[in-house]
Design a protein around this ligand. Structure first.
Ligand code: PEP
Length: 285
């Protein structure tokens, strides 16, 4: 089955209001300004785009155009939502709290994110796992809460260099993914009822290193993840998008995205500059 590519930018703790305004104006101008009727960020005809970058989306009306999203820091989400209103670019958050509301100082709930215009939320990013002690179970719980609020959860999984060198890549991926599937599938029917989840394979050793996994390494991991989902539910596995993340750039995106089980990219550093991000979006369309 055809899975629609998703390119999502993760700004991490970068950006300010001026950068957000400029980035959003540039990306919205380049990608066209119409929503698909289903509300999913579909690249519409880039009518009126006169500059050279318009060529990225020369066939922008095609159904195989990529879905595009950006995940700024919480404080910039509302500026991004306003600046991207009516464009094909969806907005997401980088984390959320698994609780619904209450005495959780500093936290943001799924309902708040949805109410604020988010359609996506990243959970279990390796930086949250390493720096803020996020567990497989808490990432899974967050994904569950996000989906119940109508958000598309992007669950990050990935091994460290030491884990890869020890031959433990599949063991780690299985552990991280299983917690997610346990929380989401439970009894299989529940899984399909909620908005589709997205998995992002992000080898920790590739993140921010400037050296992405090779397309073969990434494809092997993606294939493993899809097979593991298929062991629970073949239909979900066929539909579930598995993004690659870790030093994706305009230079390597096309090769990575050409792999059969790579359905898009989660982009950190290269999402901060609109032109770099647009080049990756172009490689996906
Ligand atoms: C990330 O941290 O999600 C990421 C993919 O970062 P980078 O693209 O900078 O490697």
């Amino acid at each position: 089955m055809m899975r629609r590519s998703l390119i999502a930018g993760n700004w991490k703790m970068n950006g300010d209001r001026a950068m957000t305004a400029q980035w959003c104006a540039r990306v919205a101008r380049e990608l066209g300004r119409e929503y698909a009727a289903d509300g999913v960020g579909k690249v519409a005809a880039a009518g009126g785009v006169a500059d050279a970058g318009g060529a990225y989306f020369a066939n922008a009306n095609d159904d195989d155009a990529a879905e595009i999203a950006v995940c700024p820091p919480h404080i910039l989400i509302s500026a991004a939502v306003d600046a991207l209103a009516g464009s094909c670019v969806g907005v997401g958050a980088q984390d959320l709290d698994a609780n619904e509301s209450g005495a959780f100082t500093g936290q943001t709930s799924a309902r708040m994110l949805a109410d604020g215009g988010c359609r996506y939320v990243i959970v279990g990013h390796s930086e949250r796992r390493a720096l803020y002690h996020e567990s497989d179970q808490s990432a899974a719980q967050k994904a569950h809460t996000a989906r119940a609020a109508g958000l598309c959860a992007i669950l990050c999984v990935g091994e460290t260099r030491a884990e890869r060198d020890a031959g433990d890549t599949e063991k780690v991926l299985a552990r991280q993914l299983d917690a997610f599937l346990d929380a989401l599938c439970g009894d299989a029917p529940g899984y399909s009822a909620a908005p589709a989840g997205v998995v992002a394979y992000e080898p920790v050793w590739a993140i921010g290193s400037g050296r992405a996994a090779t397309p073969q390494q990434a494809q092997a991991a993606h294939h493993f993840l899809r097979a593991r989902i298929a062991a629970r539910d073949a239909r979900v596995a066929a539909q579930c998008r598995i993004l690659y993340g870790g030093s994706v750039s305009g230079g390597n995106a096309a090769e990575l995205l050409a792999q059969p089980d790579i359905d898009g990219a989660l982009v950190g550093g290269a999402s901060l500059k609109a032109d770099d991000f647009l080049a990756i979006c172009g490689a996906a369309s």
